[in-house]
Design a protein around this ligand. Sequence first.
Ligand code: NAD
Length: 499
Amino acid sequence: MKEIGHWIDGKLVAGTSGRFADVYNPATGEVQARVALATKDELDDAVARAAKAQVAWAATNPQRRARVMMKFVELINRDMEKLAELVSVEHGKTLPDGRGDVQRGLEVIEVCTGAPALLKGEYMNDGGPGIDLYSMRQPLGVVAGITPFNFPAMIPLWKMGPALVSGNAMILKPSERCPSTSLALAQLLQEAGLPDGVLQVVNGDKDSVDAILDNEVVQAVGFVGSTPIAQYIYGRACSNGKRAQCFGGAKNHMIIMPDADLDKAADALVGAGYGAAGERCMAISVAVPVGEKTADALVERLIPRIEKLKVGPYTSGDGVDYGPVITAQALARIKGLIDSGVAQGADLKIDGRNFALQGYENGFFVGPSLFDKVETDMDIYKEEIFGPVLSVVRRGSYEDAVKLVMENQYGNGTAIFTADGDTARDYANRVNVGMVGINFPIPVPLSYFTFGGWKKSAFGDLNQYGPDAFRFYTKTKTVTARWFSGIKEGGEFHFKAMD
Ligand code: NAD
């Protein structure tokens, strides 16, 4: 059985804990490897080594650090296919989705190549007699990234790029379900010129996460995953005096107005609801048509489109729309939630529970499901399903639709489909959600903006990537300097004569 260890001081090393987690091929249901789960001692040792390496890295000028990112961009592009396959074989997503996973991470590294411009401080000349003020951004030291299974390339890249180019060392703790991509990225960073020890990839579970949270050297924690864990990590990191930004789960709504192009809205819902088996924090899981006529016409358009979806392993090539879900437990949970939707009275229009694929009987596949007439007290509405299940919640007016979205506990992404600019503008201004799409179903901002939800979708006050990330991974120091040569007796200020 293949054993996956850690990346410490520029080398792949085996774990010493004797504890492992199984890594599945979700398409076949087989265990393809086991990943070592680090102990507190292993984690603390990785942090101590990172702290040593960080000193010289922080003293390397920003332009040189950015050059490592430039080379990293080149190497990711060179290895795009290998990386995409590594994502797909452990996660199960299709190869185009695997490439997309790498690509959306790469775009953040591209922004990091221009980091010196974002790391500049501010300067004021003559703030008082002979007094100049300037501020500088300095790295925090050793920081940590803890990432989820669903984007094995993108989210580690969102973490490591801004943290490293800002002069920090990073402990990256990837998901134990998909550990290999982070190790491959670490090797590419070494090839790009990152000094050994500046990025340590430590595989593990709750034990290693708790060790990160309690390690006094670790200055900041960037987490992405489910809401209960995000909330737990935020609380423990903050009470230990660390900077923390913890991004959690989601329930993203798309409002469909009567004046929307319903064919385009239906196409968008199918892509955003079922793509990557619904395992995206920006997936649309709730469609909110306004008015009964809109709802009937939308459901009529959704059904044939959903029935056409092809589900299969990534090895089937580009003809597959989505693959298996991540584990047998995730599969059972999704099916259980569909059962609950039926028991609680929702109208199950398409039932994906009995989906089977010849030759992949043990894979974690589930067909697409569509519920109509879902109510807010049903579990399928209240919980993040994180599977290929779309719920239609009908509303009689725009105001009622907005109220529904506003009252939901999550606030990651949302979309509105309409032909009316006033309605779209009103929605974007009022809604209490972090990322809004107008006739755009998955509004993941481009990498020079920033990514982050509101309400229970994020804890902490700065977003991921873009300018916010450079603020998160640096601290500001402000210097007030006085030079006496320009000050006359009595405090009056004058410029020196130029003779
Ligand atoms: P998860 O919360 O189970 O795991 C995330 C990370 O936390 C992993 O590294 C895992 O090892 C660690 N972890 C798990 N249980 C822990 C515990 N009890 N104590 C300490 N650490 C623990 O999430 P997941 O299933 O890997 O990912 C899916 C979730 O992530 C979904 O809820 C999805 O919406 C969310 N997500 C959010 C965003 C965002 O930006 N808001 C992006 C992607 C995914």
